[in-house]
Design a protein around this ligand. Sequence first.
Ligand SMILES: *Cc1c(COP(=O)(O)O)cnc(C)c1O
Length: 231
Amino acid sequence: MMNIVDNIRTIRDQIAAACTRSDRTPEDVRLVAVSKTKPAEMINQACQAGQQIFGESYVQDFLDKADAVTGEVEWHFIGALQSNKVKYLRGRVKMIHSVDRLSLAKEIERQWTKIDRSIDVLLQVNISEEATKSGASEAGLVELVRGVAQLPHLKIRGLMTLPPYCDDPEAVRPYFRHLRELAETIDRLAIPGVEMKELSMGMSHDFEVAVEEGATLVRVGTAIFGERIKR
Ligand SMILES: *Cc1c(COP(=O)(O)O)cnc(C)c1O
């Protein structure tokens, strides 16, 4: 039986160590516990370890269990998102990490306008340009930023990426570094309303490298909750 509480402590220690190695403060890195496909009981256990932010990828799975979570949690939506499902997330998530096209951003705007609230978003970039991965192309990123910046209920907080899977986490370091450089480039454009403070990057097998390269949000699932059944 895996111990979620111990796993979270271990990961927090690893984040702190990676911060020390790279001259960063651990307070600048937030752990997003990726609870997709996992039941509410496991999320409640993680809450007992002081975990507050949870990442979900599948809308239906999220809706099925969210009400059974008893702790004070902050939900982040991190997965590929179809526009017709945005309405189900309305008012229920604090941040969407996976905004990769203007049409999706406009639907988020439409839904959050209805409740007169704003939502934090990250723009997902397909750094490796893999055809199978979602994310805006690097070439279209600035145009996307400018478009989303026009939508008053969306607050652009930074960038997110999902690099190719490599057994050796060192192999993905250049992708993480590149995401940080892209954020710096966009920051220099000083587009009104656009903040580039958050870098959502790093998963179970490579979050330490991501922290060394500047991640402020690491999305860790398997290392906390164990393997998922493929869906
Ligand atoms: C599932 C998922 C994660 C977590 O992956 P693990 O390898 O289980 O840590 C992180 N980010 C996204 C976008 C995901 O879909």
